[in-house]
Design a protein. Structure first.
Length: 554
DNA sequence: TGATTGTTGAGCCA
DNA sequence: TGGCTCAACAATCA
């Protein structure tokens, strides 16, 4: 029987280096259906703001355009995968479902349920590695229950595995068949949700789920307005799409010295136009850039480089290894990786504003409020009104651009958690989830555990200074002048500590501290001293997230 | 058991 | 700019 293939696009919005896509085409299908489904889980249960929606829909539209040129299209439905696929299998007489493996806990659970539904419908499933350099399943399998928590351990586990070369983009894809939309509309359950964690972004009515096929059966990606968002709020300057991803990679690779001698800790978090790092993370996250394409372009260049190259983990390939390491850790821990409760590698620390759970271990919605003081502190941090210009610049950059340099992420995460405010990393990770265009559950939660000394990293006595650290890279306060324009006219001497500027300097700069820009919300040094003492106490208890489950079972 | 290592601290000194 | 010390964690290895 000739194959009738359904290709499920998820985090693989590209045609180059697309092993799953090519696997489907290898079956020489008589019909080929590229499908995306707009999963309510990501819309109502995951924090996500307008910038990431913009980036995602731009990337989707580009794939649609490319498929259209080949006489096909990206068929965008608006339904939960488990509701949609059985109907598509039946209506389209599908023989094979093909997709790229996604190593996130939700994705694994979702894909397992789809595999069962496919089996019932006599559909063969092909899930192919392509989002990661290594097959993370195989790495974790090898560990026999021991969770990977360092790059060294990851490298050791991956020692005998090889990283495949990227594949060429297909020149052609077969056509789809009659879509039978009327039957599909009749049979697929309409999306309903009783809660929405993204209410704060919605300015209008969400109409995206009014029909499973989109307005006028168009099967187009939803506009921001259909999601109830205001496109004016999507202020990121990072455009989505595979072409842009490859253009940016080309441009970066052209600078052989920068590529071959890249050392992450030495790149300045103050640079923004262009940034000191590649800023390819959003493209890798949505698969607009194939991670193996990136890896091999860099490694080939480094191997032919005339001069001394930088080494792992600081160099570019090393950065990708950290991403893989977090995927492996996440896969080892499963669902609790994004939280403290039940997370056996994560320290229990008496943070303020920790997640709250009900008797069944489900997150309580709406979230119970903490003390007024703590809630206000979190809000100040979230919106860049802490009174520390470096923190505020970075947080405002995050909100505006959906991106922040890795070392700035270190500073603001340290400030929120073990450094100054002593607020749970879970809350910080949630804000990053909301605003980052490159948000990934493994890297984000992993890095927050790292920075808060909850896992991966433990030297809690090493702290970032909100004045000292940025000065090391840039004494002129470039990033502050860009994102905290109130302080634009301040002399370099006071740019990271404007509260120390004498009154006449403040007046001349046109910004009075306490009136036009906030006073620092805490005494940095004093708060840090208290935090360190508390960390020491908490560390001595040697409690991890799984202990919270045991205690409850008693 | 003790030494070494761990991508990315600050403060001080020369 | 480079090296030492501050106070001192966890994992690994000999």
């Amino acid at each position: 029987m000739p194959a009738r293939v359904l290709h499920w696009f998820r985090t693989d919005l590209r045609l180059h280096d697309a092993p799953a896509l090519l696997k489907g085409l290898e079956l020489k299908p008589e019909v080929f259906f590229p499908v995306w489904t707009w999963d309510p889980y990501f819309n109502f249960e995951c924090p996500v703001g307008p910038n990431r929606y913009k980036f995602l829909t731009e990337s989707m539209k580009e794939i649609d355009k490319k498929l259209s040129k080949m006489g096909n299209k990206l068929h965008v439905f608006r339904a939960a995968p488990a509701d949609l696929f059985p109907v598509l299998f039946k209506q389209w007489n599908i023989t094979h479902l093909v997709y790229e493996k996604d190593p996130a806990p939700y994705a694994i659970e979702r894909d397992e349920s789809i595999k069962k539904l496919a089996k019932d419908a006599n559909v063969e499933v092909l899930d192919i590695t392509g989002h990661t350099l290594y097959d993370i399943d195989a790495i974790v399998e090898k560990q026999k229950g021991k969770t990977i928590t360092s790059a060294t351990a990851f490298k050791a586990a991956a020692k005998d595995m090889k990283i495949e070369r990227p594949l060429q983009a297909p020149k052609d894809v077969p056509k789809a068949d009659d879509l039978k939309l009327d039957a599909i509309k009749k049979e697929v359950k309409k999306v309903k949700s009783d809660h929405d964690v993204n209410e704060e972004h919605r300015k209008g009515k969400m109409t995206a789920y009014d029909s499973v096929t989109g307005p006028k059966d168009s099967l187009e990606p939803p506009s921001l307005e259909e999601l109830g968002l205001d496109s004016e709020d999507a202020t990121t300057q990072i455009p989505g799409g595979e072409d842009e991803a490859l253009r940016r990679l080309d441009k970066w690779i052209k600078d052989k010295d920068a590529t071959a001698t890249f050392r992450k800790p030495q790149t300045s978090p103050s640079e923004y136009d262009p940034p000191a790092t590649t800023q390819l993370s959003p493209y890798i996250k949505f698969g607009a850039l194939g991670v193996r394409e990136f890896y091999w372009r860099v490694v080939d260049l480094m191997e032919n480089y005339d001069g001394e190259t930088s080494s792992e983990p600081e160099n570019l390939p090393g950065q990708l290894i950290f991403r893989e390491m977090y995927f492996a850790a996440q896969l080892g821990i499963g669902k609790p990786f994004g939280q403290i409760r039940g997370n056996k590698i994560c320290r229990v620390i008496d943070w303020k504003l920790c997640n709250a759970y009900d008797e069944d271990g489900e997150k309580i919605f709406p979230r119970p409020k903490g003390s007024k003081e703590d809630e206000e502190a979190l809000e100040k941090w979230k919106h860049g009104n802490t009174g520390f210009p470096w923190v505020d610049a970075a947080m405002r950059q995050l909100k505006q651009e959906g991106w922040m340099h890795h070392l700035a992420r270190h500073c603001v995460a340290g400030f929120l958690t073990r450094g100054q405010l002593y607020i749970s990393w879970e809350r910080g990770a949630e804000v990053f989830d909301r605003y980052l265009v490159d948000q990934d559950p493994a890297s984000n939660a992993g890095n927050w555990m790292w920075l808060s000394c909850s896992a991966f990293f433990h030297q809690y006595y090493r702290n970032y200074g909100m004045t000292t650290f940025p000065s090391k890279y840039d004494k002129t306060g470039k990033l502050v002048r860009k994102y905290v324009p109130e302080l634009k006219e301040y002399p370099d001497k006071y740019i990271y500590k404007p509260w120390e500027a004498p009154e006449d300097v403040q007046k001349k700069a046109g910004c009075k501290i306490g009136k036009d820009y906030p006073e620092p919300m805490i005494d940095e040094k004093e708060a840090n001293k208290e935090c360190m003492a508390r960390m020491k106490e908490q560390y001595a208890k040697k409690l991890y997230g799984d202990s919270l489950l045991k205690r409850k079972a008693k």
